[in-house]
Design a protein around this ligand. Structure first.
Ligand code: A3P
Length: 315
C-alpha cells in the first residue's frame, strides 16, 4: 500500500525533510516536489523512476491525473496493441480474467514496491502508465521517440470520483472530512498528484508542441465517440485498424458494463490490497451532480476558469 513509508531510502528521507508538507485530504501527510503533491511512497517511486527508468522508442506511456479514466485507457490500449496476439473474438482475452492494472504496470507504484523491477522484461511494445507531471517524467521519456497518451477528465467528475474512492479506501482518514474542505484542498492542488489543472496544461502544451509525441484525449470524448477516439489512439501509436469489426469488439470488451461485471473486477484484490471493484463506480459524464452542491461546483468552476482562462474549453 502506498501509504506506508517503510521502503523509503535515506536519500528520500533527507529530501522529504526539506520539502513543503501538508496534512492532506485522504492521507495523513503529503509533500510538494517539483510543483506537485505526493505521498512519501509515491515520491519514493517517482525518484527511483527518474533515476532508473530507460525509455525505448517503442514504449507507450499512458498518463492521467488519478480518477480520470486510467483503468479504461489501460484496457483499451492493452487490447489495441495485443489484438493479433489476443483476438477479442477468441473469447479468452486476458482482460476477461485479469484486472487492467495487473496488465499495465504503474511506473511509480512498481518502483516503490520493487525498486529493482526489470522493466526490460516486459513484452514488446512496452505499455506502462504514470500519474507523473510532464516536468517530472524521466529524461529518456522526453528524449526518446516513445509515445505518450494523456487522458484528461472534467475536474468536477474527477474530484467526485476521488472523493468516493477515498471514502472506500481510506475510511478512517476521510470519515470526518467535510466535502467543503476537500474541495478547497482540490482547488489549491493539495491532494495526491495535484494540482489537477497544471498537470493537464503541461500535457496540453506538450501535445501542441509535439503532436507526434503526445496525444491528448478526454474522458468525455471517449464516452461520446469511443470508436473514433480508439482509432485515433491506434493511429497515433502506430497500429491503425484494418477491420471495423475489431474496433467495435475492443470497445465492447472495455466498456464499463463489460469490465465492471467481470468476476475479477467485482471480487478481486490488487497486490497492494486495493479491491478491484474500487476502480468501477458509475463511469458517467456529469455524475458529479449527485455529490456536489451547486455552490461547491461553482468553486471548482471558478478555479478552472482562472487556470484554463484564455485557452478555451479544454474539458
Ligand atoms: P467514477 O468514480 O466517476 O465512476 P481511474 O481508472 O483513473 O482510477 O478512474 C476511475 C473512474 O473511471 C471511475 O469513475 C470509474 O467508474 C471510471 N471507469 C472505470 N472503468 C471504466 C470504463 N471501462 N469505462 C468508463 N469509465 C470507467
Amino acid at each position: 500500500d502506498y501509504l506506508r513509508d517503510e521502503k523509503l531510502t535515506q536519500e528520500t528521507r533527507d529530501l522529504i525533510s526539506s520539502l513543503p508538507s501538508e496534512k492532506g485530504w485522504l492521507v495523513s501527510q503529503i509533500y510538494q516536489f517539483q510543483g506537485y503533491w505526493h505521498t512519501e511512497a509515491l515520491l519514493q517511486g517517482i525518484l527511483t523512476c527518474q533515476k532508473h527508468f530507460e525509455a525505448k522508442d517503442s514504449d507507450i506511456i499512458l498518463v492521467t491525473n488519478p480518477k480520470s479514466g486510467t483503468t479504461w485507457l489501460k484496457s483499451l490500449v492493452f487490447a489495441l496493441i495485443n489484438r493479433h496476439k489476443f483476438p477479442v473474438s477468441s473469447g479468452n482475452h486476458p482482460l476477461l480474467v485479469t484486472n487492467p492494472h495487473l496488465l499495465v504496470p504503474f511506473l511509480e507504484g512498481v518502483y516503490y514496491e520493487s525498486p529493482d523491477f526489470d522493466f526490460s522484461s516486459l513484452p514488446f511494445p512496452r505499455l506502462m502508465n504514470t500519474h507523473m507531471s510532464h516536468l517530472c517524467l524521466p529524461d529518456t521519456v522526453k528524449s526518446s521517440s516513445c509515445k505518450i497518451v494523456y487522458c484528461c477528465r472534467n475536474p468536477k467528475d474527477m474530484f467526485v470520483s476521488l472523493w468516493h474512492f477515498g471514502k472506500k479506501l481510506a475510511t478512517q482518514e476521510t470519515a470526518d472530512y467535510p466535502i467543503e474542505k476537500a474541495v478547497e484542498a482540490f482547488c489549491q492542488g493539495k491532494f495526491i498528484g495535484g494540482p489537477f489543472w497544471d498537470h493537464v496544461l503541461e500535457y496540453w502544451y506538450a501535445s501542441l508542441e509535439n503532436p507526434n509525441k503526445v496525444l491528448f484525449v478526454t474522458y468525455e470524448e471517449l464516452k461520446k465517440q469511443t470508436e473514433v477516439e480508439v482509432k485515433r489512439i491506434g493511429e497515433f501509436i502506430g497500429c491503425g485498424f484494418t477491420a471495423e469489426e475489431e474496433v467495435s469488439e475492443i470497445v465492447k470488451l472495455c466498456s464499463f458494463e463489460s469490465l465492471s461485471s467481470l468476476e475479477v473486477n467485482r471480487q478481486g484484490k490488487l497486490p497492494n490490497g486495493i479491491e478491484t471493484n474500487a476502480f468501477f463506480r458509475k463511469g458517467e459524464v456529469g455524475g458529479w451532480r449527485d455529490t456536489l452542491s451547486e455552490s461547491l461546483a461553482d468553486v471548482i468552476d471558478r478555479t478552472t476558469e482562472e487556470k484554463f482562462g484564455g485557452i478555451g474549453n479544454l474539458t
